[in-house]
Design a protein around this ligand. Structure first.
Ligand code: GLC
Length: 482
């Protein structure tokens, strides 16, 4: 009888909800699950430009120029098309390239996916293609399909593989000025893109991510490309840069996640799927003179802050012309990996912070009934937070294999929880304290906070920095535009 009653009332509720359900049909996004859990991936900028390391005829073009860096050489140094190709393609011979090493480096860093520039704005294809002879197999002495080797190695080592593809901006085509305009017709160019995409989507097994870059305003064109991806690789995760940022979010039909402007950490949590991409120094592509390295602490902090905002981090490397990652990159990735090995639970599969602000000591991520405090600055007075209702059942250092309980106090007035900690930080880069609750986590809707760790648009090209005052500023609103 009870069951009957119950199902009857359930039916009534369902009937009442019908119009709502019909209106907002649930999006089939099961292909996003791995991506949401992954949280951390490797971005690789590699191509003909890497040969020059940011330099052209004695001038260093590798400094940030607007959005540009070493991979923008052709444009920044205003190199004529033939000269660029004829000078650089014969020199592209990365004999030291070993896909197995790159993939295992990414894997050991705790990265769950890899995205490499299959074609950047300079038009050179790192894969075998019939659409143009301007590719690694025909125009360079290397004659090895880099996309093939990496995709196979990723499949073998069990990480997801995807490609960056500059579908709109190609300097052999239209999007170039400064006396060296592209000469390909739009028709011929769109044909090339179509062929390239079909090849990338058909010849390399599972393509997990299609990381389009800098889309134009033509929604019909972008939709056609998106539809083709869905058709050939229904599970591929598609980057919002398939569309121009000027295209309203609701009109980006095939975009699976929002790609935030380069290096940006939003001030507030993102409830939609989002990713931020970040360099380890200023440049994306290899640059000989760029020594603005972020420390491994900077990277670990940024990864935690991305997690607290609900944003994936795609961390870039810019390998050398010989085909190896830089020692500085390898060293940082190793350290990040060591941290992830112990603290990965506080990153993978977590949700953004339960509260929409940070604390002077850092920020939180959350999974089920556990909150992870990412403690980036240490204070022996204890780690205190407001905004969560109720006393936790247990708090401990995630790195402590014994999970020894740390003393916790809770003040109902203001919902302030305090975890007692020793004088010195167990891990000065980021000590994670797991705080467990017996019941599902309840947030105090009126909770307020004034700390925000972050970068905003104005300073994003100076990247993240360690600073005495970091976390002590109320920062300006994050920017949504490009
Ligand atoms: C910008 C730049 C490009 C870089 C990309 C990385 O779009 O044009 O050089 O590949 O950002 O996100």
């Amino acid at each position: 009888m009870m069951t009957k009653n119950k199902s009857f009332s359930t039916l009534l509720v369902l009937l009442a909800l019908m119009p709502v359900l019909a209106f907002s049909a649930p999006k089939n996004d099961s292909h996003m699950e791995w991506w949401r859990d992954a949280r951390f991936g490797m971005f690789i900028h590699w191509g003909l430009y890497s040969v020059q390391g940011g330099e052209w005829k004695g001038t260093d073009y590798g400094k940030e120029q607007g959005g540009a860096s070493a991979e923008w050489l052709m444009n920044s140094a205003n190199i004529p098309k033939e000269e660029y190709r004829n000078t650089l393609a014969p020199k592209f011979n990365p004999t030291e390239f070993d896909a197995a090493k790159w993939v295992s480096t990414a894997k050991k860093a705790g990265m769950k996916y890899m995205v490499i520039t299959s074609k950047h704005h300079d038009g050179f294809c790192l894969f075998e293609t019939e659409a143009t002879d301007y590719n690694v197999m025909e125009a360079s002495p290397f004659k090895r399909d880099i996309i093939k080797e990496l995709s196979e190695e990723c499949a073998k080592q069990g990480i997801k593989f995807g490609v960056y593809y500059s579908q709109f901006k190609d300097w052999y085509h239209r999007s170039r000025g400064r006396g060296n305009p592209g000469t390909m017709s739009t028709e011929a160019y769109l044909d090339l893109v179509e062929k390239n995409l079909d090849e990338l989507l058909s010849n390399y097994g599972e393509m997990a991510v299609l990381w389009f870059d800098t889309g134009g305003n033509d929604v019909i064109e972008a939709d056609a490309q998106g539809a083709r991806v869905r058709e050939l690789q229904p599970n591929a995760v598609i980057c919002s840069r398939l569309y121009s940022r000027r295209v309203p979010v609701g009109k980006r039909k095939y975009a699976d996640f929002e790609s935030l402007p380069d290096r940006m950490l939003p001030k507030k949590r993102m409830t939609e799927d989002a990713e931020t991409c970040m360099t380890m120094r200023h440049n994306w592509g290899y640059d000989r003179n760029d020594d603005a390295w972020k420390s491994s602490k900077d990277i670990i902090e940024f990864l935690a802050l991305c997690g607290a905002r609900g944003v994936n981090l795609l961390l870039n490397v810019g390998p050398m012309p010989e085909g190896t990652l830089l020692p500085e990159e390898i060293e940082r990735l190793k350290e990040v990996g060591e941290w992830m090995k112990v603290n990965g639970e506080s990153i993978y599969g977590t949700n953004y912070s339960p509260v929409d602000f940070d604390f002077w000591w850092g920020a939180m991520t959350q999974k089920d009934k556990t909150i992870y405090l990412h403690v980036l600055e240490w204070k022996l007075e204890g780690i205190e937070f407001n905004g969560i209702v109720g006393k936790p059942s247990k708090a401990y250092f995630l790195a402590d294999p014994k999970r020894k309980a740390l003393p916790v106090t809770y003040k109902a007035n203001g919902h302030v929880t305090k975890v007692e900690v020793p004088a010195n930080a167990p891990d000065s880069r980021n000590t994670v304290i797991a705080v467990e609750y017996d019941a599902p986590i309840v947030t105090d809707q009126d909770a307020k906070g004034k700390y925000y760790w972050y970068t905003n648009r104005r300073v994003r090209h100076t990247d993240i920095r360690q600073s005495e005052n970091a976390g002590r500023h109320a920062l300006p609103e994050a920017v949504t535009g490009d």
